[in-house]
Unconditional design. Structure first.
Length: 134
């Protein structure tokens, strides 16, 4: 019994330390309604996200850059430049929204098996929740 009373708090503290590190953001995330899977990876010292799969594959028809307009969205990096701020927060990043063809500033907050992707366009702020693929 003495060993268990010592090991349990140790394992719990290790799990907590691991959950609060920058690696917590890595992996595959599902957008609302499971429409897309976004793979978040380390890109140099920062973090980025790429569309890995789409339920209904689409092309980038709203992109304002003629050279990019019409490209398949699967494989496109839509999140870039996120830095780990400590705890569960990542900021300084940009998020490309294919629906409007615009890139906006964003922040990500990890909440265990979900992340809140917070975007700002002027005074308008929006939060979208992605869930970890299991």
């Amino acid at each position: 019994m003495r060993i268990y009373s010592f090991i349990a708090p140790l394992l719990l503290s290790l799990a907590s330390a691991q959950a609060s590190g920058p690696e917590q953001i890595l992996g595959m995330w599902l957008t609302p309604n499971g429409e897309s899977r976004i793979k978040i990876s380390k890109c140099g010292e920062l973090y980025c996200g790429t569309i890995a799969w789409m339920r209904n594959p689409k092309n980038d028809v709203n992109n304002s850059d003629p050279a990019l307009k019409g490209r398949p969205l699967t494989g496109v990096q839509i999140a870039s430049g996120f830095r780990f701020d400590g705890g569960n927060s990542f900021s300084g990043g940009k998020l490309y929204g294919p629906e409007r063809g615009k890139t906006v500033e964003a922040k990500i907050v990890v909440n265990g098996d979900s992340i809140d992707v917070k975007v700002s366009v002027g005074v308008v702020k929006k939060t979208v929740t992605w869930t970890r693929e299991k």
